[in-house]
Design a protein around this ligand. Structure first.
Ligand SMILES: NC(=O)c1ccc[n+]([C@@H]2O[C@H](COP(=O)([O-])OP(=O)(O)OC[C@H]3O[C@@H](n4cnc5c(N)ncnc54)[C@H](OP(=O)(O)O)[C@@H]3O)[C@@H](O)[C@H]2O)c1
Length: 244
């Protein structure tokens, strides 16, 4: 059985990815902060075809919670074909006005937890890649277009997502020869709870649908291990292609 760990699985993009992977027959470890949400999702994933689901509620802002999450996946599956680092927090504000109380949490959830999760998952990802050298194993990080192209008012969020892009590219340099590859998806505004704050200027029906991000994940997981994709930027129609 192929298996994947998906962070931020309870809602939005993570939920969409988890449901697609369930339909593809992956066993899943799902995580977000509230076990109640994960219990509901577990039922949906089983109905969608997941052969096995491990629930593990954890706060991605707390590094000390992360080893237990990885251990839960290892107990459930032994190896890991895909790690989807998706959980994230939005934080807006120009540098001059930025609320510094939000700095640590933004960096922790959007970047530092990715370092820990990737480091701790690499042994299982290498095992899966050795067992299936044609497909290898893939890390997918949900970054943001603001990580690729700076945007006024999103400095700290964008910087945290730029750090994620750099991390994933470096993983490719260090691990792709042995079959573990990493890809970042860097979308403009996606129609989820996270983008509610911007609907006064960007209607939801002009945002990228969750399903399009899910299709990109699906495509990445169908590639062979010979192909490295560092990043895919998803822009919105009607924009200059570089703004959220
Ligand atoms: N929506 C957009 O416009 C957009 C655009 C570009 C990139 N992204 C990125 O896409 C990813 C997914 O975002 P989304 O739009 O799907 O957001 P969302 O609908 O708000 O979902 C966020 C998910 O992350 C989890 N999460 C948040 N803080 C967490 C924490 N401290 N610990 C554990 N889990 C946490 C949430 O669960 P709980 O709150 O229940 O813990 C939820 O499952 C994020 O990394 C975001 O930065 C979003």
């Amino acid at each position: 059985m192929k298996s994947a760990l998906v962070t931020g699985a309870s809602r939005g993009i993570g939920r969409g990815i988890a449901l697609r992977l369930a339909g593809k027959g992956y066993g899943l470890t799902i995580t977000s902060r509230k076990d109640g949400d994960l219990q509901v999702l577990e039922q949906e994933l089983v109905a969608a075809g997941a052969p096995k689901v491990v629930r593990h509620a954890a706060d991605m802002a707390r590094r000390d919670c992360l080893p237990a999450l990885i251990a839960a996946h290892e107990d459930g599956f032994g190896a890991m074909n895909a790690l989807v680092v998706n959980a994230g927090v939005g934080t807006a504000g120009k540098v001059a006005d930025y609320d510094l109380k939000r700095l640590d949490k933004t960096l922790e959830v959007n970047f530092a937890c990715a370092v820990v999760l990737i480091k701790k998952s690499l042994p299982m990802l290498r095992t899966a890649a050795a067992e299936d050298p044609v497909c290898g194993a893939r890390i997918i990080g949900v970054s943001s277009i603001t990580g690729a192209y700076a945007e006024p008012g999103l400095a700290v969020y964008g910087a945290s997502k730029a750090a994620l892009l750099s991390l994933l590219e470096t993983v490719n340099l260090e691990e792709s020869a042995r079959g573990v590859t990493a890809s970042a998806i860097a979308p403009a505004f996606v129609d989820t709870d996270m983008s509610d704050w911007v609907t006064d200027r960007i209607p939801k029906d002009e945002m990228i649908p969750v399903e399009d991000v899910v299709r990109v994940v699906d495509m990445l997981l169908e590639l062979s291990a010979n192909t490295v994709v560092n990043r895919i930027v998803l822009s919105r129609k009607g924009t200059n292609g570089y703004s959220a």
